[in-house]
Design a protein. Structure first.
Lengths: 453, 770
């Protein structure tokens, strides 16, 4: 079967219902421009979206600005964002109703992360039947992922917990995954910056000639043809649950085929715009977070992807922060019992996280794109699925939205919504701006008002 | 006040991550009067339905029923009984008194008990004469299994899975078929790993695949050299490369001379500049032996007073040196991984397909853990032929076929095909290959070895005595270290020890070396139980442990020297058994203090098989001032327990935890906490009281049935890769009974599991299963 796969593959790709122009593999230029709605944005730079998550809620008294609208004062926790005050909105009153127990009992941490971007109630299970819903980033990735080499990028700083029960009878899949490709398939996050870098920016082995690489890609395509045939033949013989696992497999094969087809033959890039290849996970937590953020920025800048999530720490994390004089565990502290000393420490942790977010904004703002900056063409949500860690509430969540959404958002404001406004309304409005058609998402009830002024 | 009342109820199997069957949780006292044995069983229409209408229908009725649960659809007993999953949830809600919600009419205790009794007798009743083996969802290899499988399949220990995203955990373990998913990023990693593995295991003579060695670069600010030395394995053609760029200054480009030993190969102009380094390449025939390859910067230029700051200094930045070769030949010394696989080589000009088949048939059989089909071998052989037709070597072709095998679903998943996937009555024994595979992944986290495969091929695995002999052989094999690493370290939650960061100001001695020593102690201790086939109760209490100097000092035990661990006979009881291990004591502590709650919970979950339920909903919030807890930790906990909703579980949890107060947050023995004397006494519900950890240990040992059942269930979950269901009760009962009869030997427990129906059989899916 000398590489006849090419023809069938192109046919197959067209069959995916995508509008990918797929001329001969190796001569394809980047980025993949297509004649669709996204083109109009592509002129000034495409719009990107990202979601940055922090666990255990925040100390809301030092988070929520006292006044609404413009000219609000940044409370102490948000002070590190001062340089970007006119690039962001603080959103109050948004609620993730599906994170509440709603009859399911304990497990607020697991639910907080699992429902954060899905707006769906996690089915309570330690494993047998994991079900939640597709998350907003994956809704976007499915639609616009075809314009970039990677449909989306999932980042984090904590690997999933490796044993034990994560939260009151919920599988750890819920408390360590924010991004869900289907109702039962979480998108595993990358925590090692070296691996992220290699995945995004290296395309081959050291010293490999472009001919050798092209040949290797062709072999890979034959291999994928081989295993797809295997999987399809086997799928029919399996039970329903097993078939679901196989569908994940087949889908992954398809995505990789598309990626291989798009990889250009450019030489391996060991450095991207002077960026040094990361050696591994930095021992310093702040450095780790920043490095992951830098990689996100790099991926946005090069239009390698337009959708990303980043979990700064898994929900319910009991990480200690001795480097800011907080030797206690974050989760232990969050059950503060209104102890002033504990409040102070929680505030320190909140501020530490916000400082790292501010680094992300700084990097995005430092990159020129068209007339403005990369940040202008972004929507970067920061927040937690828990309000106050002591109460485990999921209403009036701490949410910041940074970026101008390519001119569709008027930043520099504190916007207050009636409490219990679905957080998913914000996501629906973000999808609109990404030109992703979506009429409802999870528990959304409407588009979110007031974003454009 | 709504105090959760936990009946001895089977439904906890679905609530708690840990599987618990048919026993009570936080059984402070029996809340209800026992029902006389001859009481008539409640009936749905007469007894249950009216209560549902009375207390539930306001919300759970019609199309807009809360939670999608509408009791009006439960028309009669048989439709009601068929909704098993709903009933499990309902029972949980009733049992914990979470439903009906606060503010709605509440059923009496008797009414609650009645409904629960009906659920137990009609919906969840189990007939142990017909054992239900359940069904295991196909299992993707997890990271550990992938690494081990590659090691045993190809004979190279490259641990490719270390860079894979982490596997999600369910039921306490990271290899549960239902939980393991296949996101695109993972599949991508599989393909990349397959390439790396094929590359590491097999050598090929293709010039572009010749081995590459690289050397470090150097910035040359003045005339000088970057160099690397290498043993050239044979005389032949090599490609030498330099990746570099230059700061340009003056009138000429930077000049670089490439040298082998002291002989010039070529002198080049380097036009590349910062940010765009280039690769400069020469091809050269090099004689066998050690040689030095160097890049020499020839024309330094330095004019610090030049008006143009960019024209002052010429430097050469060598980023990397590389030697690739020998080209076009196979090295003389081939690794075992290569010679073991490549058992033939087609003569020049002949069809390579025959030889490819001969190589691939046994390889695929081992990789897929069952005989390769003719079609599989044929299609793979075609990949090899295609590669040779494309101008590549036969070995390269085999590499491509090996890569295809390694990303095939037959390799990545452990597949067991049911003849009737949708018929729950169709119980069938898994075949011998499937059984060999279950066995080897259970005990070795890897593929079956030749002996298991031979027995499977002969259909002899289940024949008289073979299974028992294999279990004993496998437990003695060094590969059973996987059982310690994956079962024990997850069961005891010690994989989380890495995430615990004791406050270094309080515990300046804590560091990675100490943490690792703690892990090693428990690992070696468990391994001794397995290898020496000791009794399970040695885990709770033993007169030996394993220490190195570092850990012995931590424990205040003298006479142990050096980094090596040694078996130590304990003269006092403080460190005997898991509860004296610093690993366990640290993983259950907060960074700045001990947590009796966490320690108590750990004992309940992992030793006594009685995980406490999550805290009840609607705990009244502590108001400012009023809610401040004061005093010692023990006093604060006591104030906390004044709330009866908390007390119901915390009475037991805290007592157990306080029994370990003599161990500080990193497991050091103490008699004072600050200025306060340690009080490690307590009384458990039921009246058993203790004054010190040793006495607590004795009480736990006396609850032998709980502990035995606990480890049996954990190990059964681990062996099957699925959570336990209500119908597994019969299986667990048998395992527990027979293990006890066999003096609680570790091998007896394993063998009972291996011989159970759940391990040996499967069935089709039931309609109400996910």
């Amino acid at each position: 079967m000398s590489f006849v796969g090419n023809i069938t593959r192109r046919t197959a790709l067209r069959g995916l219902g995508t509008a990918i122009a797929l001329p001969l593999l190796d001569s394809m230029p980047r980025p993949l421009a297509t004649a669709t709605a996204a083109d109009s944005i592509a002129v000034a730079g495409p719009l990107r979206m990202a979601f940055v998550y922090v666990p255990n809620g925040v100390h809301m008294q030092d988070w929520t600005p006292k006044t609404e609208g413009e000219n609000f004062e940044l409370p102490s926790t948000l002070e590190p964002l001062a340089p970007f005050k006119n690039d962001l909105c603080v959103l109050s009153g948004l609620t993730q109703r599906k994170a509440f127990a709603n009859g399911d009992g304990g497990g607020d941490h697991a639910r907080a992360l699992a429902s954060f971007l899905t707006g769906r109630q996690a089915r309570k299970t330690a494993g047998a039947d994991i079900r939640i819903g597709v998350s907003v980033d994956q809704v976007a990735a499915t639609e616009i992922g075809r314009y970039t080499r990677f449909p989306s990028l999932e980042l984090g700083c904590d690997a999933g917990q490796q044993s034990g029960n994560c939260d009151s009878g919920y599988s750890c899949a819920y408390s360590s995954n924010i991004s869900w490709k289907s109702e039962s398939t979480p998108m595993a996050k990358e925590v090692n910056p070296r691996v992220v870098f290699e995945r995004l920016f290296t395309n081959g082995r050291p010293g490999e000639s472009s001919e050798a690489r092209a040949k290797r890609q062709r072999y890979n395509q034959s291999i994928l043809d081989f295993v797809r045939d295997d999987a399809q033949a086997l799928r029919g013989k399996l039970g329903v649950t097993d078939q679901r696992k196989f569908d994940e497999y087949l889908n992954a094969v398809r995505e990789l085929e598309v990626r291989i087809a798009r990889a250009d033959a450019a030489a391996e890039s060991e450095s991207v715009a002077g960026f040094t290849r990361p050696a591994g996970i930095p021992g310093d937590y702040a450095a780790h977070i920043r490095l992951m953020e830098d990689l996100m920025v790099l991926a946005f800048q090069g239009d390698v992807t337009r959708v990303s999530t980043m979990v700064i720490a898994n929900e319910g994390s009991n990480r200690s922060y001795p480097f800011i004089e907080v030797p206690e565990g974050h989760h232990d502290l969050s059950h503060h019992g209104n102890d002033e000393k504990k409040h102070e420490k929680i505030k320190k942790i909140n501020r530490f996280h916000i400082t790292q977010y501010s680094h992300l904004l700084e990097r995005l703002k430092g990159i020129k794109e068209g007339e403005g900056t990369l940040l202008d063409n972004c929507m970067i949500v920061y927040g937690s699925g828990i309000g106050d860690g002591n109460r485990h509430n999921h209403d009036d969540l701490p949410i910041v939205l940074a970026g101008r959404g390519a001119g569709t958002i008027k930043p520099g404001r504190h916007i207050t919504y009636p409490n219990n406004t679905p957080l998913n309304n914000l996501f629906l409005s973000m999808l609109d701006r990404m030109h992703v058609k979506c009429e409802s998402l999870g528990d959304s009830s409407a588009r979110l008002a007031k974003l454009d002024g | 006040m709504r105090c959760p009342r936990h009946l001895g109820f089977a439904v906890r199997i679905v609530t708690a991550g840990a599987a618990v069957i048919g026993r009570s949780v936080c059984a402070v006292e029996p809340a209800l009067q026992p029902v006389p044995a001859n009481a008539p069983a409640p009936a749905f229409a007469k007894d249950v339905q009216p209560l549902l209408v009375k207390y539930c229908s306001e919300c759970h009725h019609g199309e807009k029923a809360k939670g999608g649960l509408a009791f009006d659809t439960f028309k009669d007993e048989s439709t009601a009984v068929s909704r098993r999953q709903d009933w499990e949830k309902i029972a949980r809600q009733l049992d914990s008194e979470m439903m009906p919600p606060v503010g709605k009419p509440e059923p009496s205790d008797d009414e609650r008990a009645l409904v629960l009794r009906w659920i137990e007798s009609r919906v969840l009743k189990i007939d142990c004469s017909k054992v239900d083996p359940g069904r295991v969802t196909i299992r993707r290899l997890n990271k550990t299994e992938y690494n081990n499988t590659i090691r045993d399949l190809l004979g190279i220990d490259v641990k490719p899975a270390d860079d894979f995203p982490s596997d999600d955990v369910g039921y306490g373990f990271d290899h549960i078929g239902d939980v393991l998913s296949m996101p695109p990023v993972l599949f991508e990693r599989y393909l990349a790993a397959a390439e790396r593995i094929a590359d590491a295991a097999l050598l090929t003579p293709d010039p572009d695949r010749a081995p590459v060695k690289s050397g470090k670069g150097k910035t040359l600010g003045s005339v000088g050299e970057a160099e690397m030395e290498m043993e050239f394995p044979k005389t032949g053609d090599y490609v030498l490369r330099v990746k570099c760029y230059a700061d340009q200054a003056g009138s000429e480009l930077a000049k670089m001379m490439l040298k082998l030993d002291d002989t010039e190969i070529e002198t080049l102009d380097v036009a590349a500049v910062e940010g765009q380094p280039e690769l400069y390449t020469v091809k050269l025939n090099v004689p066998i032996g050690k040689h030095k390859f160097a890049a020499r910067f020839l024309n330094d230029y330095y004019k610090p007073d030049d008006p143009d700051p960019k024209n002052r200094d010429r430097n050469l930045h060598v980023q990397r040196l590389e030697i690739q070769g020998p080209l076009g030949v196979l090295p003389d010394a081939l690794p075992t991984s290569h010679t073991r696989l490549i058992t033939c080589r087609p003569a020049d000009g002949t069809d390579p397909a025959d030889c490819a088949r001969a190589i691939l048939r046994p390889f695929v059989t081992r990789a897929f853990r069952r005989p390769a089909t003719a079609d599989e071998v044929e299609r793979l052989a075609r990949l090899v032929v295609a590669a040779t037709k494309a101008g590549d070597s036969f070995e390269r072709g085999i590499q491509v076929a090996v890569e295809a095998v390694l990303v095939s679903p037959h390799f990545l998943f452990r597949i067991e095909v049911d003849p009737e996937p949708l018929n729950p009555q169709a119980v069938h024994a898994i075949n011998d290959y499937e059984l060999a595979t279950r066995l080897s992944y259970f005990l070795w986290s890897s593929l079956p070895d030749d002996e298991l495969m031979r027995l499977a091929q002969e259909g002899a695995l289940r024949k008289e005595g073979n299974l028992a002999a294999q279990v004993r052989r496998m437990l003695k094999d060094s590969k059973s270290a996987a059982l310690v690493e994956n079962f024990a370290m997850q069961w005891l939650q010690l994989r989380n020890l890495k995430l615990i960061n004791p406050d270094l100001k309080q515990f300046p001695n804590y560091n990675d070396a100490l943490r690792s020593a703690m892990e090693t102690e428990t690992r070696m201790f468990f391994e001794a139980i397995v290898r020496e086939d000791r009794g399970l109760f040695d885990l709770l209490d033993a007169n030996f442990t394993f220490l190195n100097e570092r850990l012995a000092k931590h424990y205040g035990i003298s006479g142990v020297q050096g980094d090596q661990f040694q078996r130590v006979t304990l003269s006092t009881p403080e460190r005997g058994g898991l509860l004296g291990h610093a690993s366990v004591l640290t993983v259950t502590s907060n960074p700045t203090r001990t947590s009796p709650v966490k320690r108590g919970k750990w004992i309940l979950e992992n030793l006594l098989n009685a995980p406490p339920p999550p805290p009840p909903p609607n705990i009244p919030e502590l108001k400012d001032g009023e809610g401040k807890l004061e005093g010692t930790l023990r006093q604060r906990m006591e104030q906390h327990r004044e709330n009866p909703a908390c007390a119901v579980c915390h009475t037991q949890m805290d007592a157990l935890g306080f029994g370990l107060e003599n161990y500080d947050p990193v497991g050091v023995w103490r008699v004072k906490d600050g200025k306060t004397d340690i009080d490690a006494s307590g009384t458990l519900p039921g009246g058993a009281s203790f004054k010190a950890p040793v006495e607590l240990k004795a009480i736990l040992k006396a609850r032998d049935g709980d502990f035995r059942r606990c480890i049996a269930e954990k190990l059964l979950v681990y062996s099957l890769g699925r959570g336990l269901e209500y119908y597994d009760k019969c299986t667990v009962d048998t395992i527990v009974r027979n293990t006890a009869a066999n003096h609680d030997k570790f091998s007896a427990l394993v063998l009972e599991i291996v011989q159970s129906d759940a391990f040996q059989k499967r069935r089709g899916k039931r309609g109400d299963e996910p």
